[in-house]
Design a protein around this ligand. Structure first.
Ligand code: OAD
Ligand code: ZN
Length: 247
């Protein structure tokens, strides 16, 4: 169990990257590893524009199940610890999450970039009409259509093969670069992510190139583990508060 602690002083800038593992103890299944299949499919086969084109009802069923799970879940001690450290650091803090479950927001995180979108919004699959809030769990035919153009609505999620919102990428890079320019102590902490999905999996390397001290808190090995100076293995709800000195 973690006895290690990240040193955070008045000049430290901290960026936290989270993945599905931080929500595991809130009862939400991760994408890879045990329980990572859905109706016999890998997430890479459901979360794509091609899958939606071929069978939109099936993709909506998948995201309906995700909404039902996330809607019944609440933030855990790891989400709360991340929000608490933000309250201390203010603008010296940024949280980038790959999660779409909304639990960081419920925990109180505000300096938050949702890299992969949100389960709680839908948008048009064709036109540029802005995303709308949508909490419907049982999405059944007739599938919802865009008010502006009549095309099918889709979850506001970044799927495999799609680009991240450039503003989100920019927010992460700007935070890291600003620390480099200021000569500040920069700490990068990844929590509960298997390091398989880019660009998020590459942020640690970028941070390290800018002189960051890099930490990984994860239940098992990650694909990008070699870029971390410190790897702490264990469940997020105990490891994260301890690492942040909030245990
Ligand atoms: P993964 O499912 O790939 O990895 C989750 C990681 O969390 C694994 O390495 C586990 O060891 C770890 N883990 C599990 N339980 C944990 C716990 N209690 N405490 C700490 N760690 C724990 O999830 P991500 O890396 O988030 O994209 O996956 C990245 C992206 O792939 C997701 O955002 C999603 C998926 O396809 C989209 O939906 C677009
Ligand atoms: Zn439209």
């Amino acid at each position: 169990m973690a006895t290690e602690r990240i040193s955070i002083d008045a000049g430290t800038r901290l960026i936290v990257l989270t993945g599905a593992g931080i929500s595991a103890e809130s009862g939400l299944a991760t994408f890879r590893g045990a329980g990572g299949l859905w109706e016999g499919s890998r997430v890479e086969d459901v979360a794509t524009p091609e899958a939606f084109e071929a069978d939109p009802e099936r993709v909506w069923r998948f995201y309906g199940a995700r909404r039902a799970g996330a809607g019944a879940a609440g933030p855990n001690r790891a989400h709360l610890a991340v929000a608490e450290i933000e309250a201390r650091l203010g603008d010296r803090f940024l949280l980038a999450t790959q999660n779409v479950d909304g639990l960081h927001g419920l925990a109180g995180s505000r300096r938050l970039v949702e890299l992969h979108g949100s389960l709680w919004r839908s948008r048009c699959s064709r036109c540029e009409a802005p995303p709308v809030e949508d909490r419907v769990v049982d999405v059944a035919p007739p599938l919802p259509a865009c008010d502006a153009c009549g095309s099918l609505m889709r979850p506001d999620i970044v799927w495999f093969g799609e680009m991240l919102d450039p503003a989100h990428e920019w927010a992460v890079r700007r935070f890291l670069k600003a620390a480099g320019v200021a000569g500040a102590r920069l700490v990068f902490l990844a929590i509960g992510t298997s390091g398989n999905v880019h660009p998020a999996a590459g942020y640690v390397r970028y941070a390290k190139d800018l002189g960051a001290e890099t930490w990984l808190a994860n239940a098992d090995e990650a694909a990008n583990a070699r870029w971390f100076d410190h790897v702490v293995t264990g469940p997020a709800t105990s490891v994260v508060p301890a690492l942040l000195g909030l245990g």
